[in-house]
Design a protein around this ligand. Structure first.
Ligand code: OSB
Ligand code: MG
Length: 373
């Protein structure tokens, strides 16, 4: 299909509750939505970079810049019969995985619609519903955290991840574990510690987490610090899981060779697109390494993509893919995802992403648009 035009939308959507991590607190979440048009069809993709460079160096601003100045001019007028081909087309851009991933997702959606295939079919997904959990941000106190977790457990989430940061780690996790002895529980530090750091930042403070029966400890150290993760993993029985550190299939392979982790969180956005997510899934599956689908507070567009990805056979741990109402009162898709009684969410089966954009809702949350022909 020849890409005739591409549109960008800068979105800001108010969250149901503020979300706080070790790198900051947000009340609303921003992202860039990509629309690729061809033969009367539109494909949509989501670049999950937020307003601030707290999770990674990418932001809505860098995504906009890289797509509009460099990538869109190379893509418009070009024929794509496979979404994966975008990797070659964009290989002249170093990094900027989320910018590439958003456009790649739009191509998957577009090609799926043209070929009358669901994204799940195109990716090789095998499950019609996937196990999910909820990611709970930092709360005012350990008691407030336990109350918040209780609410999600009552709603039916069978796996909970709590965010931790220096000074708010072992005690918070202990409080949740004490209140919910059988809960599938994991923690995420978003790179807030260093090995042999000073005071509260020293990752050896996290060693008592090993007694709490956690599923995994996610990204305690810096994104560029595979080596120290490998040293820390040797001191823990609990698997370390890398998120920020894994931005390419090569990093996934090297992290596993080094013993820097025993689990990988796959986010298509962070690794440059669904095609790269598939490659990492394959590397891990060949070695029996469990993977799960991470989340970035996506709209219905990114959530549909995450559900299709999480239906692949190697995704054996519950994903950070919660029901729509955990995030947004109003979404930009007509579909709202809901939690089933067994802590799963159904994988969309319509063509492409299987979601329809609610144009009025989209308009309400759009801060700026850009179109190139
Ligand atoms: O580290 O997994 C993370 C949200 C934004 C940026 C980074 C992360 C997260 C989450 C939320 O944990 C997961 C979700 O979408 O529910
Ligand atoms: Mg994470």
């Amino acid at each position: 299909m020849r890409i005739e035009r591409v549109r960008l939308y800068h979105l800001r959507m108010k969250l149901q509750t503020p979300f706080e991590t070790s790198f900051g607190r947000i009340d609303s979440r921003e992202c860039v939505l990509v629309e690729a048009l061809s033969e009367g069809l539109s494909g949509y993709g989501e670049c999950p970079a937020d307003r601030d460079p707290g999770y990674s160096y990418e932001t809505c601003g860098t995504t906009w810049h890289i797509l509009s100045e460099f990538i869109m001019p190379q893509v418009i007028g070009r024929d794509f019969s496979k979404a994966e081909a975008l990797q070659q087309t964009t290989s002249f851009v170093r990094g900027h995985q989320m910018a590439k991933a958003g456009l790649e997702m739009a191509l998957w959606d577009l090609l799926g619609k043209a070929q009358r295939k669901s994204l799940q079919e195109m990716l090789g997904g095998v499950r019609s519903r996937v196990e999910v959990g909820v990611s709970v941000g930092l709360q005012e106190s350990a008691q407030a955290l336990v109350r918040r977790v209780s609410r999600y457990v009552e709603q039916g989430y069978a796996r909970v991840k709590i965010k931790i940061k220096p000074g708010r780690d072992v005690q918070d996790a202990q409080a949740v574990r004490q209140a919910f002895p059988g809960l599938r529980l994991q923690v995420d530090a978003n790179s807030a510690y260093t090995l042999n750091g000073s005071g509260a930042e020293d990752a050896s403070r996290l060693l008592p987490l090993d007694e709490l029966g956690l599923l995994l400890i996610e990204q305690p150290l810096d994104e560029d610090d595979l080596w120290d993760h490998s040293k820390l993993q040797k001191r823990l029985r609990t698997p370390l899981c890398l998120d920020e550190s894994i931005t390419t299939p090569r990093h996934a392979r090297q992290a596993l060779e080094m013993g820097a982790c025993r689990v990988i969180n796959i986010k298509a956005g962070r690794v440059g697109g669904l095609s790269q997510a598939l490659a990492i899934h394959e590397i891990c599956r060949a070695q029996g390494i469990p993977v799960w689908c991470g989340g970035m507070l996506e709209t219905g567009v990114g959530r549909a993509s995450n559900l299709a990805l999480a239906s692949l056979p190697g995704f054996t741990l519950p994903g950070d893919i919660s029901a729509t109402d955990r995030y947004y009162a109003e979404d930009i898709t007509r579909e709202r995802f809901t939690l089933n009684g067994d802590s799963t969410i159904d994988v969309p089966h319509g063509v492409g992403l299987g979601v329809e954009i609610n144009r009025e809702a989209l308009k309400k949350v759009t801060l700026a648009t850009y179109e190139a022909v």
